[in-house]
Design a protein around this ligand. Structure first.
Ligand SMILES: Cc1ncc(COP(=O)(O)O)c(C=O)c1O
Length: 441
């Protein structure tokens, strides 16, 4: 069923990360959302297999969040966040801190994942400078990493189409770890792949090359989402933690996707039992009802930066909309829902069944790998000759027409439903994909 475009003038909008010409020729419009479903503009229901963009963890249009935002809009529509505050910003920070690993209890609010990443990188630099090691400016990311679209984020990121246009002006002094995608060793792993912990040892090579005294931080997604779901090999994150600690290098986990239940725990750090020095987050923090993000910072880092400064402003950084009253209202309501409904535990309890459903696609034509953890799965398809991404794009479009939303990146389909998904809907999700896979060329 084609989506309706009616007589809408689409010419003015430059759509982000979108093939604008293709989209405008064949638009796909959403008009409503409730619980597990979108409603397309032509009226057909679409099961949300991706929680929007990995962000609507509690499902759509939660009345508690709508009410909190509406109440706040009437009470305090906006409050400056520099040299003045409002109560909910402190309450939201405490509530976020309570979900973080021990010690990461200082919270800086942003409005997006990209801002959280740039904020975390700046905190890392400020920290080393505060402790008299201002020469530590090097930042280490990882190939295939996605850290948003700010100049900091694309510099440490490792997705080449996002970088190449800007290659001459990326941050200097950045290096990259190798990615961990190794289907020849790990295809069809369930949960964490057994092979690949040694790839973290590449950090030793990078340290030997540049010297630890020049390196400020390593940033990785504990589970790489946007590049097509790469689950960390067993022991890999532990190894990164050991090496960074040994050399006084800060470890940043970019948990913009993984925080707030996606892997069946409040954070991936908690899920994997590896505690970084900073955690970036966004998306699920407000259930995406209002843009919001945050960085959780180890208390010692905060104390060091504050103590090293004079009596004035300690950190020259912030956003007009840091801790926007509507965002803090949405965060407080969303975090309440996660707790009251036990959604992180629910995601964990459902993850085995989700894994089985994802791996039921093994053996279907075109499927060359299935990867999963928590309520995330990636299904990699063999690319069409000379047309990388085309096969997954066709699956995406056909699934949408049949009432199921999946995501694709390259030739990998990604699944990350709201944590409220029911077992029957898990089957509907993967069952629809199975049918479409059997039909396409
Ligand atoms: C790991 C990670 N970091 C950063 C971002 C950027 O977030 P935003 O699009 O909110 O700027 C994303 C977005 O998907 C992400 O997955």
């Amino acid at each position: 069923m084609p989506a309706s475009s009616s007589s809408l003038d689409m010419s003015s909008l430059w759509m982000p990360f979108t093939a604008n010409r293709q989209f405008k020729a064949h638009p796909r419009l959403l008009a409503g959302a409730q619980g597990m479903y979108y409603t397309a503009a032509d009226g057909h229901r679409v099961l949300d297999g991706t929680a929007g963009l990995w962000c609507v963890n509690a499902g759509h249009a939660r009345p508690e969040i709508i009410e909190a935002i509406t109440r706040q809009a009437g009470r305090l529509d906006y409050a400056p966040s520099f040299q003045i505050g409002h109560e909910d910003s402190f309450k939201a920070a405490s509530k976020v801190a309570a979900l973080m690993p021990d010690g990461l209890d200082r919270i800086f609010f942003t409005n997006s994942g990209s801002e959280s990443v740039d904020t975390a990188l700046k905190i890392a630099l400020a920290y080393h400078r505060a402790r008299g090691e201002g020469q530590r400016t090097r930042l280490i990311g990882r190939e295939r990493g996605y850290h948003g679209v700010g100049f900091g984020g694309i510099s440490v990121g490792g997705i080449s189409p996002n970088r190449k246009t800007f290659s001459g002006v990326l941050l200097p002094g950045v290096d990259h770890l190798p990615h961990t995608h190794a289907p020849e060793h790990n295809a069809f792993s369930r949960g964490q792949p057994a092979w690949g912990a040694h790839l973290a040892d590449e950090l030793e090579r990078i340290v030997a090359l540049h010297d630890a005294s020049t390196i400020a931080a390593v940033i990785v997604e504990p589970m790489a989402g946007s590049t097509g779901v790469l689950v960390p090999p067993v022991g890999y994150l532990e190894r990164l933690r050991e090496i960074t600690s040994k050399y006084g290098i800060l470890l940043i986990f970019d948990e913009v996707i993984t925080a707030f239940g996606r892997l069946g725990a409040a954070t991936a750090a908690g899920r994997f039992g590896v505690t970084p020095d900073l955690i970036t987050m966004a998306k699920g923090i407000s259930n995406a009802a209002i843009p919001a993000g945050a960085v959780a910072v180890q208390r010692g880092i905060y104390d060091t930066i504050l103590e090293a400064s004079g009596s004035g402003i300690e950190f020259f950084h912030g956003y007009t909309y840091s801790a926007h009253p509507m965002a803090t209202a949405a965060m407080l309501a969303a975090l309440d829902i996660y707790e009251k409904d036990g959604l992180f535990e629910r995601a964990d309890a459902l993850s085995g069944q989700f894994e089985d459903a994802a791996h039921s696609l093994r053996g279907r034509q075109h499927v060359i790998d299935v990867r999963n953890i928590g309520l995330v799965a990636g299904v990699e398809l063999a690319p069409r000759e000379g047309a990388p991404g085309a096969r997954a794009a066709e699956v995406f479009a056909k699934c949408f027409d049949r009432g199921v939303l999946v995501r694709y990146t390259g030739d990998t389909l990604a699944f990350s439903p709201p944590l409220i998904i029911e077992e029957a809907q898990v089957h509907e999700l993967f069952g629809t994909v199975a049918k479409v896979l059997s039909e396409i060329e």
